[in-house]
Design a protein around this ligand. Structure first.
Ligand SMILES: [Zn+2]
Length: 583
């Protein structure tokens, strides 16, 4: 392919030495073009890479025994009402009505396809003999983002691979799940991503029923906790905390004192007003656990984890209590709750880190008042201690004696044991060997194909532009003839181009009549892995200048047999791009 014959928009000047954020880099490098917030055109360079990522996903899905199909983006909104997801998704769901003869049809553009596929399966699968089966598709999904951001990471329209498994037993679901898990590992490896499968919040099946595939990146919007020692990794929602030091410090107990704290309700306001650290405060949260009020105590600098609270209490539903309930059980308006002298006796749960707290500050269950010098046992009792907060950087690892590290990451994939939520809502049942009727057991498995590219570029670029690994590069070799007006130069470049193309190498020739400096800058910006310079000086000695995008210095190779040499290097790199994964 010739640069002037494909469509690569003119490159914008890149500020000298400035680190460019990924979205800007994608725009500058002519990979994407923004149509509106949250909607992008994939230009030829971007589309080539996107297709390669999709093809890797497809090959690994096929190898794992999943079967490809394609469902429409449009589906009847009624199906989404049957599972309660019109409500669950809210404004995220893109819905509209279409005029059809004399009536209006309400349709939804699918953000995923559980409803559509389960409805089909409910009509086509009726026996355990027809399972297990895993079906997948790679199609455009829609999700209205009220605040689209992070460039191509959060868009309202995106390419996603979604797979759905249908099994007759929980054990069989385990096999289907493991097959997808392993396929995901191979996909991210082949896409040269330094990925981390992390435990995520589980559905009704429990255990290790859900994993997210995270790509650690400083600008990622997800947080995870990772133990470098033993490999434990979980997202912040899920991460457990190991044994904590709850030794009570040996300091004299101060007197319990009620102090005025006018209008100071938040941890920040109170600690500023009383000149203490947030970690000296005990936050008192009033929840309704299956409609029953409970108090949850958390150290001021920590955040409560509702999933942990719900599981510890053994409640089906958990929600923060409203102002009326808070006023009724504490005797004070919102912002002044505390465990000392509540109006009503309700169960008090506390996070482990509250156990060693001495001379703490808490709300006084009075408007505009707090207590200082609060000490457990003397001033209040805790009914239950448990792990009730989000894990933070430096917490003890739940699996070994080391500590976990907080890392930012991009979520690129998710595997999930769904259970029977959708099959029950949509009546997808089967008969077992004994002619007994059961709901089909499902799993769902998603990968954001655009996110593969976005996270790869997020982690593979420098101040000059993108650094594509060969397996996802839009082109593998960039030929740069320095003087396109020189007949000999162009003869060599054209011949090399054709020989490489004939050898199955994807090659682009920069045939623009531009200065060498401009061509080199643009070459770095678009990031084609192997740059080959055809210049009059080298040709005189029968040499070509070759440089990998990630190497500092170029080297000279013989013009004689150059196509073979270059093709060999590309084939090596296609097979093994370990340098990218081991970053
Ligand atoms: Zn560990």
């Amino acid at each position: 392919m010739l640069w002037t014959k494909t469509y690569i928009p003119p490159m914008k000047e890149t500020p000298e030495g400035a680190e460019i954020p990924t979205p800007a880099l994608l725009l500058r490098a002519g990979v994407i073009y923004q149509v509106m917030a949250g909607a992008y055109t994939y230009l030829p360079l971007g589309l080539r890479s996107l297709r390669k990522a999709a093809q890797i996903v497809r090959e690994e899905m096929d190898a794992a025994g999943a079967i490809e199909m394609a469902m429409p983006c449009m589906s009847p909104t009624g199906l989404w009402e049957q599972t309660g997801r019109t409500e669950a998704f809210g404004d995220v769901l893109v819905t509209f009505s279409l005029p059809r003869q004399n009536r209006k049809v309400q349709v939804t553009l699918g953000p995923t396809h559980e409803e559509i596929i389960t409805d089909m399966i409910s009509r086509q699968i009726s026996s355990y003999r027809q399972m297990p089966i895993t079906l997948y598709q790679i199609t455009t999904k829609f999700r209205n983002e009220e605040r689209p951001r992070f460039g191509v990471l959060r868009t309202s329209e995106f390419l996603m691979k979604d797979a759905y498994s249908f099994d007759a037993t929980v054990e069989s679901l385990g096999n289907s799940y493991n097959a997808m898990y392993k396929a995901y590992c191979r996909i991210f490896e082949r896409c040269c991503l330094n990925y981390l499968p992390v435990e995520a919040e589980s559905g009704p099946i429990g255990g290790d029923a859900s994993h997210e595939f995270m790509i650690p990146a400083d600008n990622g919007e997800d947080t995870l906790l990772h133990c470098i020692e033993c490999g434990y990794a979980a997202n912040q929602e899920r991460a457990e905390i190991g044994t904590r030091d709850v030794t009570v410090p040996d300091v004299p107990a101060e007197e319990l004192k009620k102090v005025d704290t006018p209008e100071a309700r938040t941890i920040e306001q109170v600690s500023e007003f009383l000149e203490c650290r947030p970690r000296d405060l005990i936050k008192t949260l009033i929840y309704l656990a299956d409609e029953q009020p409970i108090a949850v105590l958390i150290r001021g600098d920590h955040d409560a984890n509702e999933g942990k609270v719900r599981r510890a209490v053994g409640a089906e539903n958990l929600e923060l209590a409203g102002p009326e309930v808070i006023e009724k059980v504490t005797g004070a308006p919102v912002g002044f709750a505390g465990p000392v002298g509540m109006a009503e006796k309700i169960p008090i749960w506390a996070d482990r880190d509250v156990e060693p707290m001495t001379n703490a500050v808490t709300g006084a269950n009075r408007r505009d008042a707090h207590y200082t010098g609060v000490n457990r046992k003397r001033d209040f009792e805790v009914d239950h201690f448990a792990d009730l907060r989000n894990a933070v950087d430096g917490d003890p690892c739940p699996r070994c004696s080391s500590t976990v590290k907080l890392r930012y990451a991009i979520e690129a994939g998710h595997v999930f044991k769904l259970g029977t939520k959708y099959s029950e809502a949509l009546g997808a049942r089967f008969l077992d060997e004994k002619e007994q009727l059961h709901p089909i057991i499902m799993g769902c498995y998603g990968i954001g194909v655009n996110r593969i590219l976005a996270s790869l570029i997020e982690t593979c670029h420098d101040a000059n532009g993108i650094i594509w690994p060969v397996p996802l590069a839009p082109y593998e070799v960039l030929l740069v003839p320095l003087k396109v007006t020189d007949e000999e130069t162009m003869k060599v470049a054209d011949q090399l181009h054709d020989e490489l193309a004939a050898a199955g190498i994807e090659v682009l020739t920069d045939d623009r009549d531009a200065r060498a400096g401009v061509k080199f800058k643009d070459a770095d910006l678009i990031g084609v892995p192997l740059r080959v310079v055809v210049g009059p000086r080298g040709l005189k000695d029968g040499k070509l200048e070759v440089k990998w995008r990630w190497d500092e210095a170029p080297e000279m190779i013989d013009l004689q047999g150059a196509a073979e040499t270059l093709a060999g290097r590309i084939r090596e790199e296609r097979k093994d791009s370990a340098r990218f994964r081991d970053r």
